[in-house]
Design a protein around this ligand. Structure first.
Ligand SMILES: [Zn+2]
Length: 202
């Protein structure tokens, strides 16, 4: 479908609560009045919210159910934690999917979040990494296996920016994001801020 047509249809279609999928009143966006009080905002660390309850449902819907429309309300929840860099010299980037997985899913959820954040914060969006080879999905591995599995998973793209906010959807053990930061620093980045929508509680 032509992107303009899609934009027009989005205007007409009701928005839905990312947590329970209830249609929201006209022009409202975000979690409904039932789900919103159940969200747990985090005061520190890379994730804006605890991964659980309606947030876990929202992430599953966004990642695995083709719900690209949730990128906007979910990215908006990450804005407060990133406000201090609004209009600064940082570049927004993201953890890319492997191209095999991108083909399966059809979209890269971290890229969609990063794109929305780039608009909100008036920071340029730039891909900085690619997946070097196909790995077992991190979600099925133990913590120790994840750390080994991820080593060498990324290659940096040319022209690594000096200062980067690196976006992903969920912080689990952090092995993916910290490996990505290591690779970017090796390629000349001086500051790599890691930010996710949610953090899985330990
Ligand atoms: Zn809801």
């Amino acid at each position: 479908m032509h992107p303009l047509t899609l934009g027009f249809l989005e205007l007409l279609a009701p928005t839905h609560c990312p947590g329970c999928d209830t249609p929201l009143p006209w022009r409202q966006e975000g979690f409904c009045t039932v789900c919103a009080p159940l969200l747990e905002r985090r005061k520190s660390g890379p994730g804006a919210y605890e991964f659980g309850g309606p947030m876990a449902d929202a992430v599953r819907r966004f990642k695995y159910a083709g719900r690209l429309d949730l990128a906007r309300p979910l990215a908006r929840l990450m804005v407060p934690a990133l406000r201090r860099w609004e209009g600064s010299d940082l570049v927004i980037s993201f953890i890319p999917l492997h191209k095999t997985r991108l083909r399966q899913r059809g979209y890269d959820q971290a890229q969609l979040l990063a794109r929305e954040l780039s608009k909100h914060l008036e920071l340029p969006l730039q891909p900085t990494l690619e997946r070097a080879r196909f790995r077992s999905p991190q979600a099925v591995l133990s913590e120790k296996a994840r750390a080994t599995n991820i080593r060498g998973a990324f290659k940096s793209l040319p022209d690594t920016p000096k200062r980067i906010v690196l976006i992903d959807d969920v912080w689990t053990t952090g092995s993916t994001l910290t490996e990505a930061r290591r690779v970017l620093k090796e390629s000349g980045a001086e500051l790599v801020v890691l930010r996710t929508l949610a953090t899985v509680p330990e």
